[in-house]
Design a protein around this ligand. Sequence first.
Ligand code: NAD
Ligand code: UFG
Length: 360
Amino acid sequence: MRVLVTGGAGYIGSHTVLQLLEAGHQVSVVDNFINSSPESLRRVVSIASKKVATFRVDLLDRKALAEAITSIQPDAVIHFAGLKAVGESVAQPLRYYKNNVTGTINLLEAMDEAGCRTIVFSSSATVYGESVDLPLRETTPRSATNPYGRTKLHIEEMLEELAASDSRWRIANLRYFNPVGAHESGLIGEDPQGIPNNLMPFVAQVAVGKRDAVQVFGNDYPTADGTGVRDYIHVLDLAAGHLAALDYLASSGGLHVWNLGTGSGSSVLDVIEAFQRISARLVPYDIVARRPGDVAESYAHAEKARLDLGWKAERGLEQMVEDMWRWQFKNPDGFPKVGHEEMNSLELRDFVLGEVASNK
Ligand code: NAD
Ligand code: UFG
């Protein structure tokens, strides 16, 4: 199948591109590299020994996007491209609505024009808002507590209306829980810019000595050890969920929603303890006040994906931490930074990373 992956250079996108290549799909990527580096795709290409046609295009550039899609002629799109930092979305709400919602509208219009109406969308457990009705089911009422979450909610609703308006669309809304871990090669992984917002990359940076101590946001929650509990899911399991959703859409029309989680949670202290053990490094931590907006506990009801897609998460916390640590240890500063000049020389449309990599 010809698959277009938007945001394919990013954390979840790069792992998914790799699995698509390994499964024999022909993969193209559209990314503006606002939160990623082309280096992730170079490494994907070197692991898979297959090419990825890469288009440096912003989804907000309607014309360039349409040109890319016309030349790719995809059978299906996996849509990761978006901004994802909750705090930043509170400070810059319009930027988030424009990038995520308008970007998705541009994509859907360009797909429609090109006759491609199959899309797998990166939604999030954030659409369950502050629900305390656990485990979180696909039918749990949705709400949003910040602009980022509201962009996901708006896009889900937009996709529902689109599917209702035209039965040719085939749509999967995948609600991710907390993606962590990295490819077992240690060559690709999450490369947060600046201070990580999320627990696992922060703990990894403390273990490797880049930061002094983890701040544990509250130990007075009604959980076993008082710290927040989340459903961490290995990024490779998550990527596999996208391939399963694509397979499903190949034979079923309409719109479908699946939670992608493990179905069980780990606490902040569980994560710190696992990191200390596996890295054999000390991970100092301080208990500080709760972070506003955090819920005590969040984990998925993961049965629907198992029944419909035959997919379930295979990897546990140990594996997540082991792979995350390997990536962090081998790449303490993330991917090498690409300079302005090199970035500007990536004049896209015909930029095939596979060829660049094999010329080296
Ligand atoms: P990421 O930032 O690593 O990847 C997103 C990619 O999209 C980046 O490569 C970025 O450069 C690109 N991008 C952003 N705006 C773009 C635009 N206008 N045009 C073209 N490219 C653009 O993030 P990720 O962690 O891989 O997340 C992927 C998707 O999954 C996002 O939509 C995110 O909201 C969603 N999600 C992530 C998490 C998580 O915790 N990582 C949880 C739930 C949902
Ligand atoms: N935490 C700390 N210290 C930190 C960071 C986090 O104690 O430095 C705690 C949080 O309070 C929470 C847990 O670690 O209990 C996990 O926090 P994350 O920030 O890693 O993840 P969240 O569940 O808060 O949110 C993430 C994404 C959201 C997304 C949600 C569900 O940031 O965008 O997962 O997918 F909506």
